[in-house]
Design a protein around this ligand. Structure first.
Ligand SMILES: [Zn+2]
Length: 250
């Protein structure tokens, strides 16, 4: 919960966000890692508290990738649970697709966004490359075909009003803050029509939090403190995205 403790105001950033007519104080709080004063969660949300679906990739008979002693389904759940705690500390309501080692189809995961009228959906995964590969770093995916898919999959949802077209911006915000929090290699955002994000009826991203096939990155990922940083970056990205949307909509 480190980043919810305090904030050092950067005058420049305050001025920039004030010019947008936004909640400069809370946005600066989200951007700054070093903090000196706590901000209560309710200051972040003027009206309805947002709801975010957090998806831990894989589960049950689907273990996901396995490398360097890491089983993807276990680590994705660990990071997703940390994201949940961070988001709740910021006053965000969270629905987890799974909270234990259970299997859900990709459609069942995506459908939760529609069922709960979620404001955002974030799926947590670990990446792999060939054995012995030194590929490492973080990348975030969004689905270009999301609007179309969400329309087909969520007949009742007014997809237009839900802002699924914001997913690319959502991806870049999350990517930036996860890389900022972890100092991991920034592999950028990528458009790919993964079903779990393409079928969610709200802005949706899939974060590949690092390569378990990398000898060095897998060591970092096994450290609780590092997974906290990953989760911290994801939660920060989610809240910053929701905040900037709320400001534009008001
Ligand atoms: Zn995966």
């Amino acid at each position: 919960m480190k980043f919810y403790r305090s904030v050092i105001l950067s005058l420049q950033t305050v001025v920039a966000f004030s010019a947008l007519g936004g909640s400069a104080f809370s946005l600066v709080w989200l951007e700054e890692r070093q903090a000196a004063e706590s901000l209560p969660a309710q200051r972040l949300w003027n009206e309805a508290t947002p709801l975010v679906v957090v998806d831990a990739g894989h589960g049950g008979h689907d273990g996901g990738a396995v490398a360097n002693g890491v089983i993807e389904k276990n680590m994705s759940l660990d990071i997703a649970s940390r994201v949940k705690r961070e988001l709740e500390a910021a006053g965000v309501r969270v629905v987890m697709t799974r909270s234990g080692d259970s299997f859900l189809s990709l459609d069942e995961r995506a459908a939760l966004a529609g069922r709960h009228e979620a404001d955002a959906f974030v799926s947590v995964h670990l990446n792999t490359d060939g054995e012995g590969s030194d590929a490492e770093g973080v990348e975030t995916y969004f689905a270009e075909s999301q609007t179309l898919s969400a329309r087909q999959f969520m007949p009742a949802a007014s997809v237009q009003g839900r802002g699924v077209e914001g997913s690319a911006e959502f991806a870049s915000t999350v990517q930036r803050l996860v890389c900022g929090a972890t100092q991991a290699a920034d592999r950028g955002i990528k458009a790919r029509d993964y079903a779990v994000v393409a079928r969610a009826a709200c802005p949706a991203v899939l974060v590949e939090c690092g390569f378990i096939t990398s000898a060095s990155e897998s060591v970092r990922l096994k450290q609780e403190g590092y997974r906290d940083k990953v989760a911290d970056g994801i939660a920060r990205g989610v809240v910053l995205f929701l905040q900037s949307h709320a400001i534009r909509a008001s």
